[in-house]
Design a protein around this ligand. Structure first.
Ligand SMILES: [Zn+2]
Length: 312
C-alpha cells in the first residue's frame, strides 16, 4: 500500500488576483519539486472528485452550503468576482476548486479506511481551516478537514478521530465546527497574536490549543508537542488522524513569524505517524492549508510526504 496524493487541475484554476499569497503557483511548486526530487515515484496520484452538498453539510449549516453553492455557481455561469472578506475572493473557478478540495479529503478518507492507501495527502486549494460552520473567511470556503473527519465518523462509523493543525494561524473554523463534539480531539499550535486572533481560550474541552509567541523555533515547538499534544493523543487513542497541514510556520514564510524548518515538519509527521500506527492502523489523511513561500512550501511538503511514504 502506498501514500496517495490527491489533487486536481480545478484547484489550480481558483485565482484570487495578482499578488494574493494563496496563488495557483503554490500547487505547481509542490508538484515540480516532487518530480525534481524523484519523490513522485513513491506516491500514487489520484484526481480529486467533487464533494456532494450532503458531505459538506456534515461540517457546515445547510443554509451556508446552499447559499455558497448558489453564489459560486452564479460566478461560474456569469463571471465576475465576489469578496467574501477582504482576503477571500471568489472567482468563476472557485466553486469547482472548493468542491474538489473537500472531495479530495473525503475520497482520501474512503481510500485509507478501505485499505486502498496507507495514508494520503491532499494538495488542494482553497484551504479550509478558517471556514466556520456558516462563514467563508481567511482564504477558506469549505472546511475540508472537518468535512472529512465528520465523514469518517458519520459515514464510516468511527468513534474517535483526531484533528491536528500545525498551520501558523489558528484553525478557528475547525474549532467552531468541532468544539463540543467529543468524538474529535483537536490539537493545534499557532502563532499568537496573529490572524484570526482567536484560540488563546479554547472553545471546548476537546481542544488542545497551544498559542506560541512570534519567532518560536523548532526545538520549543517539538517540546510543546511532546508535553501538550502527545499525552492527550495517547489518552484519546484516535482511530484515525486528520492533519490541517499548513506550512506557513516555516521561517522563510512571511505570513507568520515562526521559525520552523523542513526537519521540524518531518519530526512532527513522524510523531503523528507513530501515534497513528499505535492506535489507528496508521490511518492519516493530511490536507494542505497555508504555506506561501513557494520554495519553503515545496520542500516542507516533501519532508512531510517522505515520512508519510516511509522513504525518509
Ligand atoms: Zn495559515
Amino acid at each position: 500500500m502506498s501514500t496517495v496524493f490527491y489533487s486536481h487541475p480545478d484547484c489550480r484554476a481558483h485565482d484570487m488576483g495578482q499578488g494574493h499569497p494563496d496563488c495557483p503557483q503554490r500547487l505547481d511548486a509542490i508538484h515540480d519539486h516532487l518530480l525534481a526530487t524523484g519523490l513522485d515515484i513513491a506516491l500514487e496520484f489520484r484526481d480529486a472528485p467533487e464533494a456532494t452538498a450532503e458531505q459538506i453539510s456534515r461540517a457546515h449549516t445547510s443554509n451556508y452550503v446552499s447559499e455558497t453553492q448558489d453564489l459560486l455557481g452564479r460566478l461560474r455561469d456569469e463571471g465576475g468576482t465576489k469578496a467574501m472578506d477582504p482576503d477571500t475572493i471568489a472567482c468563476p473557478a472557485t466553486l469547482q476548486a472548493a468542491l474538489r478540495a473537500a472531495g479530495a479529503a473525503v475520497a482520501a478518507t474512503d481510500d485509507v479506511i478501505a485499505g486502498r492507501a496507507s495514508n494520503a495527502f491532499c494538495a488542494v486549494r482553497p484551504p479550509g481551516h478558517h471556514a466556520t460552520r456558516d462563514q467563508a473567511m481567511g482564504f477558506c470556503f469549505f472546511n475540508n478537514v472537518a468535512v472529512a473527519a465528520r465523514h469518517a465518523l458519520d459515514v464510516h462509523g468511527l468513534q474517535r478521530v483526531a484533528i491536528i493543525d500545525f498551520d501558523v494561524h489558528h484553525g478557528n473554523g475547525t474549532e467552531d465546527i468541532i468544539a463540543g463534539d467529543e468524538r474529535v480531539l483537536m490539537c493545534s499550535f499557532f502563532q499568537h497574536p496573529l490572524y484570526p486572533y482567536s484560540g488563546a481560550v479554547p472553545k471546548g474541552t476537546n481542544m488542545v490549543n497551544v498559542p506560541l509567541e512570534p519567532y518560536t523555533r523548532g526545538p520549543v515547538v517539538r517540546q510543546t508537542i511532546e508535553q501538550m499534544w502527545l499525552p492527550a493523543l495517547e489518552r484519546f487513542a484516535p482511530q484515525m488522524i486528520f492533519i490541517s497541514a499548513g506550512f506557513d510556520a516555516h521561517r522563510e514564510d512571511d505570513l507568520g513569524q515562526m521559525g520552523l524548518i523542513e526537519d521540524d515538519y518531518a519530526w512532527i509527521t513522524q510523531q503523528l505517524l507513530t501515534v497513528a500506527r499505535r492506535h489507528a492502523q496508521g490511518r492519516i489523511v493530511s490536507c494542505l492549508e497555508g504555506g506561501y513561500h513557494l520554495g519553503a512550501l515545496a520542500r516542507s511538503v516533501a519532508a512531510h510526504l517522505r515520512v508519510l511514504a516511509d522513504v525518509a
